[in-house]
Design a binder for this molecule. Sequence first.
Ligand code: NDP
Length: 571
Amino acid sequence: MPPVKYQSGDMVMGRWPGSSLYYEVKVLGYDARSQLYTVIYKDGTELELKEQDIMSAAGFQARSRSRSRSRSRSPVLSPSQETKAAENSSINRHEKKEENNTASKVTEKSEAKVQAEPEKNQGRYNLRRRKDDGDAKPAEAKPEEKEAIMAAAPVATLSTPLDFGGKIGAFFWLLFLPAWVLFLILQVSLEDPSLANFPPPLPPLVAFWDTQAFGFVILWILFQALLYILPFGKLSEGMPLKTGERLKYRTNGFFAIVVSAVAVAAAVHQGVDLTYIHSHFLQLATASFLISILLSIYLYVRSRNAPPEQLALGGNSGNVIYDFFKGHELNPRIKGFDLKFFCEMRPGLIGWCLINFAMALAEMKQQGLDAPSPAMIIVNLFQLIYVVDGLWNEEAILTTMDFMHDGFGFMLAFGDLVWVPFTYTMQTYYLVNHPNPLSVPALTVIIILKLVGFYIFRKSNSEKNAFRRNPSDPKLSHLKTIHTATGRNLLVSGWWGVVRHPNYLGDLIMALAWSLPCGFSHLLPWYYMIYFIILLVHRDSRDMSECRRKYGSAWDEYCRTVCYRIIPCVY
Ligand code: NDP
């Protein structure tokens, strides 16, 4: 057997497949059978390369110097010809690679034209798909600039296609999402709320701010943070990162919600008036919004200096607004305190139940009732079950898209701290002033719907989670799978053989059961249902692109076998 030329940990220059461009990479290992080196690029992308596609840094610099001299004497290609040639060769090689199913872990589709573009003012190369750049023609580096940049150990930055309408879209969402929350909050307190109404006049600026409300939000977050760091509950492992490392998470969410419930009950017993949450909803939402903005700024700044292996593939477009919105660092942590995990699972999620409970008390107070209405009780109960289930199965979140692919930025921070607690509570807020009596048959149908949705949701999520954690679990041996080149196989029977996202189907059925108790007088309490359809359809298409990128032809085979995305025979 020939000796292994490069060792794990060596910093070398690796050729980007299908191009003549070399980037600094770290060798992670060598597979003697396939004779391939696993290397990691500075942005965290892992590839398997042949020895001939790797050079030592010294050898590369010597080659760069000699190429530079020969080119200056007799250029064979003009700069644009050279770039085009590199692109064409890239496309052909990529296509060939797909056909031959060779070793590269990144199975870029043929339309993913890789090109080199020096990032303005940063002296970096940015490899990205041409279509992401819109119509703008990429600036071409002069040959001598290219050589200089590459010789100076360039940083390869790979972007996945820009989501959410790209850079302009991100700017739009940054403004629209907070404005939409404000619109909902102002609408729901009206006597005749409607999504079709013209937005009511804005309250004066002072009405948004309440120092006490800000203090309560901070206290709530700190309280949840304290519960999160207490050494109770299981330590779960996340999915392997690009480096092979698995982060540990304290999955004590159920403990946190139980302690929170006891603390809230004790506070109510001591005379704390929780209807404050109803009467200061706008101020509490403003406070949470400010916190989410501050957190997002912090996340953006720290992501710029984060080690490459800790970065998500998206969120590195180079555009501040887009990257701020999308987030780039996958698992930002402060001394083991995982910010994304905490924000996703604790203050907003448990806060959602707290707000719902406060709305039930507000309904009793405003309607002069001894107990909340049946509609209020079942919406409270349904959503409580959803949250408790999420916390009980907290570990399952570690195999979801948010955790495995998305960086932590404004989109998730705002979603976790503002969107979830202040818009998912629209139904209970609505019921405070808009009672909706329910007949026993209606109640029965709604409960059955909820149970069916919950069953599909839980079973499908657990099935995938169990499979991802232990693919050879004997309990799953009856399930059929499709082999993929990455070694991570795809379930093609069981729940994941019915539709491609059975968990979304269950979630949507539950969403229907949450809106029905509010009746049909207004569209507002149906907002969640409408929003959720849009969210999950978009999420499904994002996931489809991501899985196609990851699994290539195996994913296409899965899609041919399981034709429908979310609703069998419909969509
Ligand atoms: P999923 O949990 O469905 O995760 C998608 C990932 O699962 C894919 O990227 C892929 O990742 C893996 N996968 C897909 N197909 C298969 C297959 N056939 N076999 C094995 N693995 C497969 O997506 P989400 O993270 O979007 O959703 C998680 C849950 O959270 C859902 O129930 C959803 O409804 C819910 N949700 C709720 C929201 C709310 O606001 N209430 C918002 C968003 C989600 P890989 O192969 O890399 O493992």
